[in-house]
Design a protein. Structure first.
Length: 262
């Protein structure tokens, strides 16, 4: 029986899907935040898990080489849309945040806190209420970002770019991990699969462009650029960026990142 591997159902993972699943494995569509619980429960044996969830997975998983999802500068699909500039987004402004992410919401929290102070963060708007800003990730962010870029009264902040502007380091959104108790052959299969992906990355990325463009109804050039800004094989600077993010969140994070609006 094949082992389940979580596969984020966003376009940024399309090049991986071009390669197909690792031997003796099958893909299971899982959004980033849900992959944390799926790994904890053993529902999946491996995933590109959000860096924001690594703490909860200590002792349960191990990283597979230096593979993940990162960007040095813009990433195009972790975007904050607002009616005022990011530098004005503080209390009493209100926001909405995606429930699909474990890293991006933490990133938004750290960025806003570093600019405005953690006691002046915007609040979460109640359901049905008008809000001043919204965090979106994945395909929804990519499509909306392309559609609203340049429109008046719309401000778009690429959170990865904002992180880079402040720290001059890449931001790592996810790392490939495998459960420590996975059978040896499965661990080897996932490691071999990622090594093969690295060797064939350029051609797999190009193969993924046409279908992704049709699916999202975006120009192939926009998809190609999107695939090019994403880093999948990580280097030393990516590791430094990941370590900085984890250290900052350990120092400044809290159980409830954004308070509900009164």
């Amino acid at each position: 029986m094949s082992s389940p591997v979580a596969m984020i159902p966003y376009t940024n993972m399309a090049p991986y899907r071009q390669l197909g699943a690792p031997r003796d494995c099958r893909f299971v569509p899982v959004v980033p935040r849900v992959s944390i619980g799926a790994l904890l429960s053993g529902e999946v044996v491996a995933a590109a898990v959000p860096v924001g969830g690594l703490k909860a997975l200590e002792g349960v998983v191990e990283t597979v080489g230096r593979f993940g999802i990162a960007a040095e500068g813009e990433c195009m699909s972790v975007l904050f849309f607002s009616c005022v500039p990011f530098e004005e987004m503080h209390f009493p402004r209100t926001i909405r945040v995606t429930g699909e992410s474990a890293s991006s919401v933490r990133l938004l929290y750290l960025l806003l806190g570093s600019i405005h102070g953690f006691n002046r963060l915007p609040h979460i708007a109640a359901d049905g209420r008008v809000f001043d800003g919204e965090l979106l990730i994945g395909d929804r962010a990519l499509v909306k970002g392309q559609a609203t870029a340049g429109e008046e009264r719309h401000f778009i902040t690429d959170l990865s770019q904002k992180w880079f502007d402040i720290h001059r380091l890449p931001f790592v959104f996810a790392r490939w991990v495998v459960r420590k108790d996975a059978p040896g052959p499965i661990k080897s299969a996932i490691s071999d699969w990622l090594d093969e992906f690295k060797a064939r990355e350029a051609s797999l990325v190009e193969q993924a462009v046409p279908e992704a463009a049709r699916t999202l109804n975006l120009p192939p050039a926009a998809i190609r650029r999107y695939f090019q800004v994403i880093r999948r094989s990580l280097g030393e600077r990516d590791v430094l960026g990941q370590q900085l993010f984890i250290r900052q969140f350990e120092e400044r994070g809290r159980s409830l990142l954004f308070q509900p609006a009164p």
